[in-house]
Design a protein around this ligand. Structure first.
Ligand SMILES: NC(=O)c1ccc[n+]([C@@H]2O[C@H](COP(=O)([O-])OP(=O)(O)OC[C@H]3O[C@@H](n4cnc5c(N)ncnc54)[C@H](O)[C@@H]3O)[C@@H](O)[C@H]2O)c1
Length: 256
């Protein structure tokens, strides 16, 4: 499938969290392929650097910014480093996420709190830092990678994940409402099952996969590049009148 770059993000600075692998990596590479300068965040320094190097191989400027998005001090330091590298920030993609699997009946509190801290508080902390900079510029785009689990599709044994993702969807709408006054658009993206390391264990369960695939009108799982493609459109001026929406990227599984 041809997904060659049709957008021009030259002179744009984009920061993608959790971009060491999976969907975040695909998003970073997609923006790099369109000429953007890319700040590559991940909690794992080595994978962040590897993605930044891959962006540079596409001809883009890219720098790795390892940090835990759930750590307010680390996030503030990361945005200060971004300021030092580039004089503006056009796009923030809040993608970093974790998905622990536990029954509600014996869910460890620590795992519950960590999931909310990374997936939801991390989104808030990075949005706050980015929005302050974008307000000064009078424009910007924030994209929150949520999940169908937070909007329309209960999974199973993923209560903390679903709660954090629903929180991201609610936060997206609130942020879109408040930040519109400063020319900042905020949208959420709700992927279905996408082929990444996060879903490896799920994809190994053949019976569950057969059931899941039978409910997807397009008849297959998604690719990380298909999530990235929506990010490019939402970040571009082609979507200049689009804000506050949670977009499904799930092969038609949820049509509401
Ligand atoms: N893969 C899917 O099917 C799917 C579906 C719906 C939503 N999502 C969401 O998309 C996003 C990316 O998912 P993925 O499948 O690529 O996952 P993944 O596990 O393959 O990659 C997630 C990345 O985030 C990084 N990360 C984790 N905690 C972090 C932290 N505290 N600070 C910074 N980085 C951190 C990890 O090191 C990893 O590189 C997540 O928010 C996930 O919830 C994924």
């Amino acid at each position: 499938m041809d997904r060659s770059p049709v957008y021009d993000f030259r002179d744009h600075v984009v920061c993608v969290t959790g971009a060491g692998r999976g969907i975040g990596r695909a998003i970073a590479l997609a923006f790099a392929g369109c000429g953007a300068c890319v700040g590559v965040n991940d909690i794992e320094a080595a994978t962040a650097e590897e993605t930044a190097a891959a962006c540079r191989r596409l001809g883009a400027e890219a720098i790795a910014f390892p940090a835990d998005v759930a750590d307010a001090v680390a996030v503030a330091a990361m945005f200060a480093q971004l300021d030092a590298a580039w004089p503006r920030l056009d796009v923030l993609v809040n993608n970093a996420g974790i998905e622990p699997v536990h029954s509600i009946l014996d869910h460890p509190l620590e795992a519950w709190e960590r999931t909310l801290a990374v997936n939801l508080t991390g989104t808030f902390l990075c949005t706050q830092q980015a929005a302050r900079r974008m307000r000064a510029q009078g424009r910007g785009v924030i994209l929150n990678i949520a999940s169908i689990a937070g909007k329309s599709q209960p999974l199973y044994l993923r209560s903390a994940y679903a709660a954090s993702k629903a929180g991201q969807v609610g936060f997206t709408k609130e942020a879109a409402r408040e930040l519109a006054a400063y020319g900042i658009r905020v949208n959420a993206i709700c992927p279905g099952v996408i082929i990444t390391p996060m879903t490896e264990h799920l994809r190994q369960d053949e019976a569950q996969m057969r059931r899941w695939l039978s409910e997807i009108p397009l008849g297959r799982l998604g690719e990380a590049e298909e999530v990235a493609a929506l990010c490019l459109w939402l970040a571009s001026d082609a979507a200049s009148y689009v804000t506050g929406v949670a977009w499904h990227v799930d092969g038609g599984k949820n049509m509401a």
